[in-house]
Design a protein around this ligand. Structure first.
Ligand code: SAH
Length: 215
């Protein structure tokens, strides 16, 4: 018998998020509301609320629920922001962001992942997201500036072109480091100068592109 997905989602919020220290009430509420299984093929539905990343094709992954929640919390969204996400992937993090911010632009460089995310996000009724196809490692200057830029693929270094697309109080949240292991970093200049904060180790698939890793 198939597992009760709503039940599994509630347990995910308590056991994987609250117990590990996610405190932002809006993040917890949205993680409990967005149907993660809708972003996965039917054969993976029973695993949608497991504590890890899952394959979405093309060697890409949907991030672990905890990582989606942590990045969302670190972004400190209040609801009025314009957000840029680089690496749409399945569209799951995009959906979470769409409930936490006013407007989300998300860029994906693999065309059929971009197309599939559009179908899913439309089918679940999300309207404040604009999906873009292309290399997002340079950001998306035509819609800048953004209060938050969230990168969901590993970057080899601090992406200066992205930092220049932030509002004065904006922040960038990104996994930065080697191709096998990165650190989750938040970069902001709320104090007038660039300030870096670290939120632990993480493993993301590589960003491929001008300011990413070589293919
Ligand atoms: N946020 C996603 C995780 C995506 S995995 C989710 O919740 O499902 C990282 C994604 O970044 C992959 O889909 C990959 O194709 C994409 N990517 C890699 N390099 C990129 C680039 N230069 N521009 C845009 N997207 C890129």
């Amino acid at each position: 018998m198939a597992i009760d997905l709503e039940d599994a989602r509630k347990r995910m919020v308590v056991e994987q998020l609250e117990k590990r220290g996610i405190r932002d009430a809006r993040v917890l509420e949205v993680m409990g509301a967005v149907a993660r299984h809708r972003f996965l093929p039917a054969e993976l539905h029973d695993h949608a609320y497991d504590d890890g990343p899952l394959p979405i094709g093309d060697s890409q992954t949907i991030s672990q629920p905890y990582m989606v929640a942590l990045m969302s919390e670190v972004a400190e969204l209040e609801g009025h922001e314009k957000v840029l996400e680089v690496g749409t992937g399945s569209g799951y993090q995009t959906a979470v962001l769409s409930h936490l911010a006013r407007e989300v632009h998300s860029v994906e460089s693999i065309e059929h992942l971009h197309d599939r995310a559009r179908v899913i996000l439309t089918s679940i009724g999300i309207r404040n997201v604009v999906l873009h196809y292309g290399d997002g490692s340079e950001g998306l200057p035509e819609h800048a500036p953004y209060e938050v830029i969230m990168v969901t693929a590993a970057m080899p270094g601090i992406p200066m072109p992205l930092l220049h697309q932030l509002t004065p109080k904006g922040r960038l949240v990104a996994p930065i480091g080697e191709d096998e292991l990165q650190t989750l970093v938040r970069i902001s200049r709320r104090t007038g100068q660039w300030n870096e904060e670290y939120f632990g180790e993480c493993r993301f698939v590589k960003m491929i592109g001008k300011h990413g890793f070589k293919e």
